[in-house]
Design a protein around this ligand. Structure first.
Ligand code: 5GP
Ligand code: MN
Length: 330
């Protein structure tokens, strides 16, 4: 069936054979890697393994309210060594948390991802770019490990798939995705509670800032290619007392513009960085992100870089136009 895939026997065997694991994921926390990490942590613990899940960033209340097992994660690592590191959703070593060196932590590195720009840096690589969410791969992995799916694991995996598929809307969602979701629901996921917590959690100020962003939304149409873009400054975040993690969904709101081929949200981020989110309807845009040192999926990519907000935004929108004009004329 469309969306079915095999779990590599070497990957399963490594999880069975090794006794202690360190789980790590990319910077810029999201529901997919967090949910996958918590579910995998619990499955390995059920198998009697020692597991440390390294999570240096704080988890927003929208996720911590509904996910179980966060108390078993750690924000700081000690001198402890492990049998294996499992890297979840890290296409490159550079996407791992600052200062984290997997080769110093364990002799075995498992690379577990669904990004097409993954560099296969692991000793064992399980990378499936056609799969919508890492949560789907984690679901299959847990089945193959013969660990029964309980409500907390199912909820974590449901959050992973929900958030990475734009609520099951994106093109990589398959019949198999829904079959997996069905098993999660059978295990007792409270879908209404999850949706309320993840999507209906904004403060009035966050919505006011969203209103301002939408009010300033710009349409840049050239040669039949339409880009909708918006900017968020640190000043406006300060003015509304809104934290960066509260506006992660803003790009999805921009993505409502009917005629847009691509939407681009560029914002000032902590540490003087500029963070851009790019979404595309019909054409790959991850190579545009790569020009700026970023990456991601074919239709959803991001960039984190230094520079001035308006300069980066202008260069990025120009690059999107150049790339799409090339692609549409090809
Ligand atoms: P978002 O725009 O929601 O932050 O991210 C969309 C996709 O792009 C995700 O798959 C994410 O991992 C990837 N992405 C976001 N920011 C960056 C970045 O700074 N560098 C790279 N390589 N990928 C990114
Ligand atoms: Mn993902």
């Amino acid at each position: 069936m469309k969306g079915d895939f095999l779990v590599p026997p070497a990957f399963i065997q490594a999880l069975r054979d090794q006794q202690s694991f360190l789980l790590v994921s990319h910077v810029g926390l999201d529901g997919d890697h967090l949910g996958s990490m918590l579910a995998l942590q619990q499955a390995l613990k059920t198998m009697g393994k020692k597991v440390v899940a390294y999570l240096p960033e704080s988890v927003p209340a929208s996720l911590s309210r509904i996910l179980f097992g966060l108390e078993h994660t750690t924000q700081q690592l000690g001198d402890e060594k492990f049998d294996a590191v499992v890297a979840l959703e890290c296409p490159t070593l550079g996407r791992m948390p600052k200062g984290f060196e997997p080769r110093k932590m364990a002799p075995l590195l498992l690379n577990f991802d669904h990004h097409q720009d993954n560099e296969n840096y692991g000793d064992i690589n399980w990378v499936l770019p056609e799969v919508a969410a890492l949560g789907e791969m984690t679901f299959e992995l847990i089945q193959h490990l013969d660990v029964p799916l309980d409500r907390s694991m199912a909820t974590a995996l449901y959050v992973a798939v929900l958030t990475d598929t734009g609520s099951f809307q994106y093109s990589r969602v398959t019949p198999a995705t829904h079959r997996r979701l069905s098993s999660m629901l059978q295990a007792g996921v409270a879908t209404d509670e999850v949706s309320r917590s993840v999507y209906r959690n904004s403060t009035p100020n966050v919505l006011k800032l969203l209103g301002r962003m939408l009010n300033d939304l710009t349409i840049d149409e050239r040669d039949g290619v339409c880009v909708a873009w918006a900017e968020i400054t640190q000043k406006s975040l300060d003015e509304y007392a809104v934290r960066p993690e509260e506006i992660q969904f803003f790009v999805d709101e921009l993505d409502r513009v009917e005629q847009a081929d691509v939407v681009v949200l560029v914002r000032e981020a902590p540490g003087g960085k500029i963070k851009a989110s790019i979404r595309s309807r019909n054409h790959p845009i991850n190579q545009v992100a790569a020009i700026f040192g970023g990456g991601g999926h074919s239709r959803a990519a991001g960039v984190t870089t230094d520079g001035k907000l308006s300069d980066i935004r202008k260069a990025l929108v120009d690059a999107v136009h150049t790339e799409l004009t090339k692609l549409t004329k090809a």
